[in-house]
Design a protein around this ligand. Structure first.
Ligand SMILES: Nc1nc2c(c(=O)[nH]1)N[C@H]1C(S)=C(S)[C@@H](COP(=O)(O)OP(=O)(O)OC[C@H]3O[C@@H](n4cnc5c(=O)[nH]c(N)nc54)[C@H](O)[C@@H]3O)O[C@H]1N2
Ligand SMILES: Nc1nc2c(c(=O)[nH]1)N[C@H]1C(S)=C(S)[C@@H](COP(=O)(O)OP(=O)(O)OC[C@H]3O[C@@H](n4cnc5c(=O)[nH]c(N)nc54)[C@H](O)[C@@H]3O)O[C@H]1N2
Ligand SMILES: [Mo]
Length: 562
C-alpha cells in the first residue's frame, strides 16, 4: 500500500523538520544513507541552508550525492558496512572521552554490553572493512560528539539491508552516546518516503497493529475494536509482503487485494513476484492508473489521486494535516474510502460512512495518540501526534525527559555481511534507488511531460575504471545480469559511484531494476536488501544480432557528477 504508503522499514522522526531552520555553527547534521536533495528536496535544501550558516555536515553514502558533495566530512563507505562505520564512530567517541556520560547514566541502559562490542571497532579495523580512511572516521566522530546538538537523518541506505534493524539500532546508539535524544535540533530522524506513508502506518496499515500502533495481540485493544465495530476480530499478526508471496506459492493465500502499490515493479526479484501473482485465484488492484500489476489483475478498481479527495495526510515528522479536494474525480473513479466502504457493504457489513471526517472522528475516538486532533483544529494548521486531548498542542519532539519505553536501550550490534557479495561470476556490486525526476515505478512521473522529459530513460551508473576494463563508453548499450535476471540499458560512466559499485533505479518499466534485486530481507522487518547485490555488466555486441551498432545519443543528466 505505498501510494497510500508501505513502510519499507522505518519509524517516525523523533524531531520536527523545522528545527533544521534553527541550526547554527555550533550544531551538526549527520546524514547517513539519504540522498536528501533528490528524495526529500525540501528537507535537503534546509540541510544545505544550515550548512551555509556554518552547521557542520557529516554525510555517509557510497555515492557522491549532492549532500555528500557539500559535506564537511564525507564517509564514502562500502555498501552494507554501516554497522562497522557506526561502531567505528562510537569507538572514537568512547576512547576520546567525548561520550555524554550524564545522559548515559540517567537515561539509558545496556551501555556496558554496547561498549564491549563497540570497543572492538578501532578506526583502523573499521577502515579495513568500510574502506573509509581512519582519519575521516575520527574527524567525523569528533564533529558529531562535540557539536552542541547533532541531528541524525537516515533513510533507505540504512534500512534496505538484511541488517536494516542492526543499522538503525547503531544510529540510535550513536545518538544516545552523544546525548542527542529528547532535545531540539537532535534526535534520530528517518525521513519517510511517501506523502502519507506515516499516516498509513498510523492508521494500522501494518500486519501487527490497529490505529496508533495498538497491538492486535493485546486482548484489551481487541475488545475495544470489537465493541466499536460490532464484529469478531482476529488476534493473529498478519503477513508481511515477502511472507504473503511465499504463502501464495504454497497455496495458503488465494486472493490478493493490492491497493496503491505496484509490486510487479517495486518488489525485489520481479520474475518471482510475477510467478506468485499469476498463481493467485484472484488478484484485485485498486490504483489510479493501469499499472503493470493492474494489467495482470482479475479486477481493477479505479481510485482517485490526492488532488481529487478530502482527508488527512501525516507527514514524516508525525504532523497530521488536512488535504482538500481540488478537482472532481473523473469517469467512474471513486475515493479509496468509498470503494472500500462499498466492498464492505457488498460483503454484508454496514459501512455507512458519509465522509472522511466521520471516519476520522471514529478513528480518533479509538486512538489515544490522535484523540485530541479534530478537523476543526486542523483548519489552523497541522498537529504532530501524540495529541491526547483537544487542549493539547501536539508533540513536535519525542522522548523529552524520558523515552517512551522508560530508559533508552543501547544495543550491542555485531557486523554481518550482506546476503550476496561480488564473486568471480558477478564481480560488481549493485545498489538501487531513486533520481529526483521520478517516483518509484514511474506510474505517475513518467506520465508527466516535464518530469519524463527531464529524465526520459534509465542508465546504469558505473565508475570509469570499471567501464574501461569492460570496454564500455558513456552511453553504450549494456546488459546487466544477476542471479535473478537480466536487463538492457545504457551505461552512465561517472565517478558518482566508486570503483566496484554500480547503481540503477526502479523507475523505468522498459528496464525494470527489480528484475535484478535480491529478495533476501531483514529477519525482523522483512525489508528487502535493495541496496546490495552482485552483478555482471557486458557491453552489447551488435554483431551478435547481425546488425551495425546504432549511435546512441544520451543527454547528460544534470545530476551526473563530473
Ligand atoms: N524523487 C523521488 N523522491 C522520493 C522517492 C522517489 O521515488 N523519487 N521515493 C520516496 C520514498 S518512498 C522513499 S523510501 C525515499 C527514499 O529516499 P532515499 O533513501 O534518500 O533514496 P535512495 O535512492 O533509495 O537511497 C538513498 C541513498 O542510499 C545510498 N546507499 C546505498 N547503499 C548504501 C549503504 O549500504 N549504506 C548507506 N549508508 N547508504 C547507501 C545511495 O547511494 C543513496 O544515495 O524517497 C522518497 N522520495
Ligand atoms: N530496487 C528497489 N526497489 C524498491 C526500492 C528501492 O530503493 N530499490 N524502494 C522500495 C520503497 S522504499 C518503496 S516505498 C516502494 C514503492 O513501491 P510502490 O508503492 O509499489 O511504488 P509506486 O510506484 O509508488 O506505486 C504506488 C501506486 O499507487 C498509485 N496511487 C497513487 N495515489 C493513489 C491513491 O490515492 N489511491 C490509490 N488507490 N492508488 C494510488 C500509483 O499510481 C502507483 O501505481 O518501492 C520499493 N522498491
Ligand atoms: Mo519508501
Amino acid at each position: 500500500m505505498s501510494g497510500l504508503g508501505t513502510a519499507f522499514g522505518s519509524g517516525a522522526m523523533t524531531n520536527s523538520i523545522y528545527e533544521l531552520d534553527d541550526m547554527g555553527p555550533k550544531d551538526a547534521i549527520f546524514a547517513i544513507g539519504t540522498n536528501t536533495t533528490e528524495c526529500h528536496p525540501k528537507i535537503g535544501v534546509k540541510m544545505l541552508k544550515a550548512k551555509a550558516r556554518g552547521t557542520k555536515l557529516v554525510v555517509a553514502d557510497p555515492r557522491k550525492t549532492d549532500v555528500a558533495r557539500h559535506a564537511d566530512v564525507w564517509l564514502r563507505h562500502k555498501p552494507g558496512t554501516d554497522v562497522v562505520l557506526l561502531n567505528g564512530l562510537s569507538h572514537v567517541i568512547l576512547t576520546e572521552g567525548l561520550a555524554d556520560e550524564a545522559f548515559i547514566a540517567e537515561r539509558t541502559e545496556n551501555f556496558e554490553a554496547f561498549k564491549e562490542v563497540a570497543m572492538k571497532f578501532t578506526p583502523e579495523y573499521a577502515a579495513s572493512i568500510t574502506k573509509v580512511p581512519a582519519e575521516k572516521i575520527i574527524e567525523a566522530a569528533r564533529i558529531i560528539a562535540k557539536a552542541d546538538n547533532t541531528a541524525s537523518y537516515y533513510t533507505m541506505g540504512i534500512t534496505q539491508h538484511t541488517t536494516g534493524v542492526d543499522n538503525v539500532l547503531s544510529v540510535a546508539n550513536l545518538a544516545m552516546l552523544t546525548g542527542n535524544m529528547g532535545k531540539p535540533k537532535g534526535g534520530v530522524n528517518p525521513l519517510r518516503g511517501q506523502n502519507n506513508v506515516q499516516g498509513s502506518c498510523d492508521m494500522g496499515a501494518l500486519p501487527n497493529v490497529y490505529t496508533g500502533y495498538q497491538p492486535v495481540t493485546d486482548p484489551a485493544v481487541k475488545m475495544k475494536f470489537e465493541k466499536a465495530w460490532n464484529a469478531k476480530l482476529s488476534d493473529k499478526v498478519g503477513l508481511t509482503i515477502p511472507s504473503t508471496l511465499n504463502a501464495i506459492a504454497k497455496d495458503k493465500v488465494k486472493i490478493l487485494y493490492v491497493f496503491g502499490e505496484n509490486p510487479m515493479r517495486s518488489d525485489p526479484d520481479i520474475n518471482h513476484v510475477e510467478h506468485c501473482l499469476k498463481h493467485l485465484d484472484c488478484l484485485i488492484v485498486q490504483d489510479i492508473f493501469l499499472t503493470e500489476t493492474a494489467e495482470i489483475a482479475d479486477v481493477v478498481l479505479p481510485g482517485v489521486s490526492f488532488a481529487e479527495k478530502d482527508g488527512t495526510f501525516s507527514s514524516t515528522d508525525r504532523t497530521v494535516q488536512r488535504i482538500r479536494k481540488a478537482i472532481e474525480p473523473r469517469g467512474n473513479s471513486l475515493p479509496d474510502w468509498q470503494i472500500l466502504s462499498n466492498i464492505m457493504k457488498a460483503m454484508g457489513y454496514p459501512a455507512d460512512y458519509s465522509s472522511p471526517k466521520e471516519i476520522f472522528d471514529e478513528m480518533r475516538s479509538l486512538t489515544p495518540s490522535y484523540a485530541g486532533i479534530t478537523y476543526k483544529r486542523l483548519e489552523n494548521g497541522g498537529i504532530p501526534w501524540p495529541c491526547p486531548n483537544e487542549d493539547h498542542p501536539g508533540t513536535p519532539i519525542l522522548h523529552i525527559g524520558k523515552f517512551s519505553r522508560g530508559l533508552g536501550k543501547f544495543a550491542a550490534v555485531e557486523y554481518r555481511e550482506p546476503a550476496e557479495l561480488p564473486d568471480e561470476e558477478y564481480p560488481l556490486m549493485l545498489t538501487t534507488g531513486r533520481v529526483v525526476a521520478h517516483y518509484h515505478t514511474g506510474t505517475m512521473t513518467r506520465r508527466s511531460w516535464g518530469l519524463n522529459g527531464a529524465h526520459p530513460e534509465e542508465s546504469l551508473e558505473i565508475n570509469p575504471q570499471d567501464a574501461e576494463k569492460l570496454n564500455i563508453e558513456d552511453g553504450d548499450e549494456i546488459s546487466v545480469t544477476t542471479r535473478r535476471g537480466s536487463l538492457i540499458t545504457k551505461a552512465q560512466v561517472t565517478t558518482r559511484v566508486p570503483q566496484g559499485l554500480t547503481f540503477i533505479t526502479f523507475h523505468f518499466t522498459e528496464s525494470p531494476g527489480n528484475i535484478l534485486t535480491n529478495s533476501a530481507a531483514d529477519p525482523v522487518t522483512q525489508t528487502p536488501e535493495f541496496k546490495v547485490c552482485s552483478v555482471k555488466v557486458k557491453k552489447l555486441d551488435f554483431s551478435d544480432f547481425g546488425c551495425q551498432k546504432r549511435k546512441i545519443f544520451r543527454k547528460k543528466s544534470k545530476h551526473e557528477a563530473v
